[in-house]
Write a protein of this length. Structure first.
Length: 355
């Protein structure tokens, strides 16, 4: 996937790795420009992920932080452009997809429609994500991690208001449509840990539930939320849930957790990471099918359109990382028992299989 800028390429590579190419679409266009008179379409947003009834919208901006100004003034101006303008772009993207789902194109001339169906109706859930660049170095001098802080008492424009803004602290930018705000470091961190659509969407849901509690919520970094997520597993329900009853009944929740390195150093996390290596075979298999479908090079076909084929491949990609580990292990165990003697080896991402 090639974006128009280095920052877009970074985001697109993360998206392609985590969401896979059938569902991760950078730089899509709407035919709102004058395409009939040699004009071109208008970009919807930087990256769109479409999977089942979930649509993830990414707006990606690099704005230079003015180090020559007082930090309060510099932050206010920077946040208004980097976060506020991105939020507007996401709102516009959502409205277009809701109103004109059949008018989404992969090229600027708007001649090639996106080869999958955009879901419509009340059951569709939009996830709004702002990714900010150009502030990594200055953040690290204000915070333990190179991460924004979060304070839910900041509502709407408060995040960049001259009167209420707190430098490098993000609030609830929109209450009607929650907006997740990441910087370059933290979006990489999150998509490294939650690198399937199912895992990522679940993390976003837990993150939103925490940061939009009725009482005031203050969090020192994204690492704190990730640590909280991994430590929230309930063996009785076999689920993770960040928000506790205590948090629900509290007027103020303060989370001042440890950095991500503390999580990486635990035995359970290292064990999980090691065991998950085989799961990427499943990703590679999905990508192999997808490549040949989209490039019309599949040897055997029983579908008429790309969107029809996507429905079948989506079943393979519906699993989370743990489920893919189980699926890959089971598949490979069966395959190695069934493969004829003398077949040649073909390498995959983390495994080699015979064919």
């Amino acid at each position: 996937m090639n974006g128009f800028t280095k920052e877009e390429q970074y985001l697109n590579s993360l998206g392609g790795r985590s969401f896979l190419q059938f569902w991760s679409w950078p730089n899509l266009f709407r035919d709102q420009g004058d395409v009939t008179k040699h004009g071109d379409g208008k970009e919807i947003c930087d990256l769109i992920v479409v999977f089942d009834n979930d649509i993830i919208l990414f707006s990606d901006k690099k704005i230079k932080f003015n180090l020559e100004k007082d930090v309060d003034i510099a932050w206010s101006r920077w946040a208004r452009k980097a976060i506020g303008e991105s939020a507007k772009q996401l709102d516009g993207a959502r409205r277009w997809l809701q109103k004109y789902p059949e008018r989404i194109y992969i090229n600027k001339l708007c001649t090639n429609k996106i080869p999958i169906k955009i879901p419509i109706g009340e059951g569709v859930v939009f996830h709004h994500i702002v990714v900010c660049h150009g502030v990594e170095e200055i953040i690290s001098s204000f915070n333990v991690d190179s991460s924004f802080m979060f304070d839910s008492s900041l509502k709407g424009n408060d995040t960049w208001s001259k009167e209420k803004a707190i430098p490098f602290c993000v609030g609830e930018v929109e209450q009607e449509h929650f907006i997740h705000v990441f910087n370059e470091y933290t979006i990489g961190l999150v998509l490294k840990e939650f690198d399937t659509t199912k895992d990522f969407i679940h993390y976003l849901g837990q993150r939103e539930a925490l940061l939009s509690l009725n009482g005031r919520v203050r969090v020192n970094s994204e690492s704190s939320i990730i640590n909280l997520y991994y430590n929230s597993f309930n063996e009785a329900t076999n689920e993770r849930a960040i928000v506790t009853n205590e948090m629900l009944n509290s007027d103020c929740v303060v989370i001042d957790g440890e950095g991500i390195s503390n999580l990486y150093d635990t035995y359970s996390f290292r064990y999980k990471s090691s065991e998950n290596k085989v799961s990427y075979f499943w990703d590679d298999m999905i990508e192999a099918f997808t490549y040949h479908i989209l490039n019309n090079s599949a040897e055997y076909t029983n579908f008429i359109s790309h969107s029809e084929a996507e429905e079948g491949i989506r079943e393979l990609a519906r699993s989370n990382r743990f489920e893919r580990r189980m699926l890959a292990e089971t598949f490979l165990e069966f395959y190695y028992k069934a493969v004829p003697v003398g077949c040649r080896m073909i390498g995959f991402h983390n495994e080699a299989i015979l064919c």
